[in-house]
Design a binder for this molecule. Structure first.
Ligand SMILES: *Cc1c(COP(=O)(O)O)cnc(C)c1O
Length: 224
């Protein structure tokens, strides 16, 4: 049985509408519910409403929450969206179904090695530092081609590009640039758009949107 969830229904409606305006199908946009900092009790209502795609930004936090939830809901799809240390590659490959934050050679090598070792090959996104901000994760825009070539050599399956545009600016030019980079490199996946701007991201081609506060309410602690 599925229980109605007003926030989820609201977002689904907005996805439908933005996709329609762009001449796209809502089913081509994956909604990732970003559950970082949320307890299992906060996550359960979404699971009970039938939602299955979730995003976390810390390996340890995800390992504390998701194995138990996955036992109850084995068809859950888990997305790693936060910065990843190479020494957490083994845990990440074991737990997650997608990794959105591949952004450097050492991580490409560590993930490829673990995926071979565990025989668990999961699709990845290359994260691009689209606003060229020194404190942000993501590879340089100029390095995208080189990173993709390294991933291919290592046997890592990169399905698209991911970015988090600078805060408090109009995200549209950044979304458009990420979409162009993906097109130029023949990649179909575009992981972009959060609570405040996912409708714009969908109009510019997002295939994966990452939505936290609009689904769960404001976060108590600010996770980065
Ligand atoms: C926290 C986070 C989100 C979700 O942000 P909201 O504004 O709460 O929707 C999306 N992507 C990344 C990488 C995040 O860390």
């Amino acid at each position: 049985m599925t229980l109605a969830n007003p926030a989820l229904q609201d977002i689904r409606g907005k996805i439908e509408k933005s996709a329609g305006i762009a001449g796209r199908k809502a089913s081509d946009v994956a909604l990732i519910a970003v559950s970082k900092t949320r307890s299992s009790d906060e996550i359960l209502p979404l699971l009970n409403a039938g939602h299955r795609k979730f995003g976390e930004n810390r390996v340890q936090e995800a390992m504390d929450k998701w194995p138990a939830l996955k036992e109850q809901y084995p068809d859950v799809e888990l997305h790693m969206i936060g910065q990843l240390q190479s020494n957490k590659a083994a845990e990440a490959v074991a737990l997650f179904d997608y990794i959105h934050s591949v952004d450097r050679s050492s991580l490409i090598k560590a993930l490829a090695r673990e995926m071979d070792r565990q025989d668990h090959h999961i699709p990845c996104f290359l994260q691009v530092n689209i606003g060229e901000e020194s404190q942000k994760g993501g590879c340089d825009i100029a390095a995208v081609g080189q990173m993709l070539a390294q991933a291919t050599t290592a046997g890592l399956n990169i399905v698209g590009l991911m970015a988090v545009p600078p805060e408090n600016t109009n995200a549209v030019p950044y979304f458009a640039l990420l979409a162009k980079l993906a097109r130029d490199h023949g990649l179909e996946g575009l992981s972009m758009g959060m609570s405040g701007d996912f409708e714009k991201a969908i109009k510019l081609g997002a295939t994966h949107i990452r939505v936290g506060t609009a689904l769960f309410g404001p976060r108590a602690q600010q996770a980065t």
